[in-house]
Design a protein around this ligand. Structure first.
Ligand SMILES: C[S@@+](CC[C@H](N)C(=O)[O-])C[C@H]1O[C@@H](n2cnc3c(N)ncnc32)[C@H](O)[C@@H]1O
Length: 231
């Protein structure tokens, strides 16, 4: 899949909290943000002195380049959202322009932290399905708006290999949302749940307090039982 096919928009810590039902205790874990892109999650967590590393293929680019790309796609994304306004829940955001402003604010926060975060090793250029981390390096991995959402671009094999890899490096993985870009449920969820259970992982689909895409209010929580070594 070409990187240009994925919307380069980022969300905030408050949104991550809601998407992943993050408790105070969760925020104190060693966290990997997979596919964080221009989200302000890492910057805000760092301000709170939390342990967070984000990986994304866009981190191979400079701050200017990432900003240019976000701004270049801005109008077309906003018009698509306007055209399909009935697919979304307009509660947190009043309308498409309000949403756009929130996304640009998150990007600004990310950009102001990007250079120092890179120097500190908090923004790493890595990509699924293969990550350069030790087994069990993280206690929690969060992956928002990548797996399941881009079902048309990322194959079932890619999803399975990516989940296996995330569960190698983290003992718990949470994925949000479970719907595709068109708002329909990810079609291979059952196959994936069966695969994960067969590997000995506990899997759970949990309702969450975040719903922007209609019906996109569930996350998948997968955990590796204590003593179960990564496969
Ligand atoms: C829609 S954005 C979501 C950003 C952030 N997670 C959020 O929810 O605000 C998807 C991100 O996934 C990244 N991405 C694309 N392919 C990836 C891969 N193979 N591994 C990790 N991240 C990837 C993109 O570069 C992009 O930043």
């Amino acid at each position: 899949m070409k990187l240009s096919e994925i919307v380069p928009w980022g969300r905030t810590l408050d949104e991550y909290r809601a998407m992943f039902s993050l408790s105070k205790a969760d925020l104190s874990l060693k966290i990997l943000g997979c596919g964080d892109g221009p989200a302000s999650f890492n910057a805000e967590m760092t301000e709170l002195r939390r342990a967070i590393i984000s990986v994304d293929p866009v981190y191979q680019f400079s701050a200017e380049h990432i900003e240019q790309r976000v701004r270049a796609t801005y109008q077309s994304i906003i018009s698509q959202v306007k055209q399909n306004a009935d697919r979304y829940v307009w509660k947190t955001f009043r309308d498409a322009d309000d949403l756009g402003r929130a996304r640009l604010n998150a990007m600004e926060k990310f950009l102001s932290d990007y250079e120092s975060g890179k120097a500190e090793g908090r923004y790493l250029h890595q990509a699924l399905p293969s990550l350069d981390f030790d087994d069990d390096q993280f206690e929690l991995c969060l992956c928002s708006h990548l797996l399941f959402l881009y079902a048309k671009h990322l194959s079932l094999e890619f999803h399975i290999a990516s989940l296996d890899e995330l569960l190698r490096v983290a003992s718990e993985v949470r994925i949000f949302p479970l719907v595709q870009l068109n708002g329909k449920p990810y079609p291979h969820l059952k196959v994936i749940l069966k695969h994960l259970s067969s590997q000995g992982y506990s899997v759970q689909v949990d309702p969450v307090a975040y719903e922007f895409q209609k019906g996109g209010n569930e996350m998948l929580r997968i955990s590796r039982p204590a003593g179960h070594t990564p496969v």
